[in-house]
Design a binder for this molecule. Structure first.
Ligand code: HEC
Ligand code: HEC
Length: 327
């Protein structure tokens, strides 16, 4: 092994490898703009912090912290949270998959391009701060953070970064939740129970209670109803949001928008079942100041269209749409 000639060959090879690698790295660092994905409206893919060198320093640190908070919310803000104890133990990522970067997984792709925007639920212009606070108060059945809190700033910075390449006022395909086709009949909690037992219960539990991780700080499988779940003011409490989210994403890792594991009927029925189970209530008296703007599946009256609360909750929705649009 101590042959000087052999060593010389090894040294040369190592030197060449180091030279090639450092040229590559320098080229990579010096060309931040080339690594920013060029995005067409139709084909949004989430950015990656590994390749995006456009943000640096404190801004980058904030985005990284924001992603961590969205993926592991309970660890910081849950009932045993290290920063504050203000949410129910769920993570934002439970409903915004892959930290809000998954196509058809209720991602944040459209947020940066569309906020601030007017929303009929509040009847006002809403900032990203207001929208995040809404999910904290409803989906996480907790309370919001101050707008100056580092955690709030970080989540907003991250959410804006996720959609930073999307052109203003456009909504990329695959963002948010796409509801399945409306059924001709009302969705059925009884049929949904059968779907639940066969396809959901193994992870989410016989009583929708989910399953805690060994550290008892966060869920491996989040709850679907009961005291620790989202409240009646949450987006998922509307049947179309629940059905759309579940059709494209559940059972976890076994379904996708392109190849769902549930039929449209099963998705609506399991939504009807889960959203018939008990869960925390939220005072919604300030929502929808203009009641004629309530979505067809908003489950609480009063309504401007004469249909019952029962029909607005479970459908059939087509007659409501027809009465509203004349079609
Ligand atoms: C129980 C499920 C759930 C949880 C948990 C949850 N959200 Fe949401 N979130 C939703 C639903 C449903 C919507 C509405 C999607 C739609 O209507 O297309 C939404 C919408 C949003 C939007 C607006 C998206 C858009 O394109 O307009 C933002 C921003 C947001 N959530 C942030 C958060 C943050 C941050 C957290 C954690 C602090 C969180 N959410 C936790 C279900 C959830
Ligand atoms: C293999 C286990 C598994 C099965 C089966 C499964 N889920 Fe999930 N589900 C998960 C996991 C894990 C998450 C959270 C994902 C994350 O945080 O990345 C989740 C999240 C959810 C959420 C959003 C968070 C919440 O708790 O409200 C809903 C709604 C949901 N599942 C409904 C269903 C329904 C309905 C079925 C049956 C059709 C189902 N799931 C089947 C594992 C599963």
């Amino acid at each position: 092994m101590n042959n000087p000639r052999q060593n010389w060959i090894i040294y040369s090879i190592v030197t060449v490898v180091i030279l090639v690698m450092s040229t590559e790295i320098i080229a990579f660092i010096n060309a931040p703009n080339k690594t920013t994905p060029v995005l067409k409206k139709e084909e949004w893919t989430a950015p990656s912090l590994f390749t995006d060198r456009t943000i640096q320093g404190e801004e980058r640190a904030l985005v990284i912290y924001g992603e961590e908070l969205i993926a592991n919310t309970a660890k910081y803000l849950g009932p045993n949270g290290s920063v504050a104890q203000i949410t129910n133990g769920m993570n934002c990522q439970n409903c915004h998959l892959n930290a809000g970067r998954k196509k058809w997984g209720n991602n944040y792709g459209a947020v940066s391009a569309n906020y601030p925007k007017f929303r009929d639920r509040s009847g006002s212009m809403e900032s990203v701060f207001k929208r995040v606070s809404d999910c904290m108060e409803r989906s996480l059945n907790g309370s919001a953070l101050d707008s100056n809190a580092r955690e709030m700033k970080a989540m907003i910075a991250y959410i804006k970064w996720v959609g930073h390449a999307v052109p203003k006022d456009s909504t990329p395909k695959g963002s948010g939740i796409k509801p399945p086709e409306y059924l001709e009949r009302a969705a059925s909690p009884e049929k949904g129970l059968v779907v639940y037992a066969a396809k959901c219960q193994s992870c989410h539990g016989a009583n929708g209670e989910g399953q805690m991780a060994a550290d008892a700080k966060s869920y491996i499988y989040p709850p679907l109803w009961g005291d620790h779940s989202y409240n009646t003011g949450a987006g998922l409490f509307r049947l179309s949001r629940f059905a759309g989210y579940v059709r494209d994403n559940m059972p976890f890792n076994q379904a996708s928008h392109e190849s769902p594991a549930l039929s449209d009927e099963e998705s609506w029925d399991v939504a009807a079942f889960v959203n018939s189970r008990p869960r925390p209530a939220k005072d919604l008296s300030k929502d929808w100041p203009n009641i004629s703007k309530k979505p067809v599946d908003h489950p609480f009256g009063p309504y401007a269209d004469g249909f019952t609360e029962q029909q607005h909750k479970f459908g059939p929705f087509k007659p409501i749409v027809a009465a509203r649009t004349g079609k």
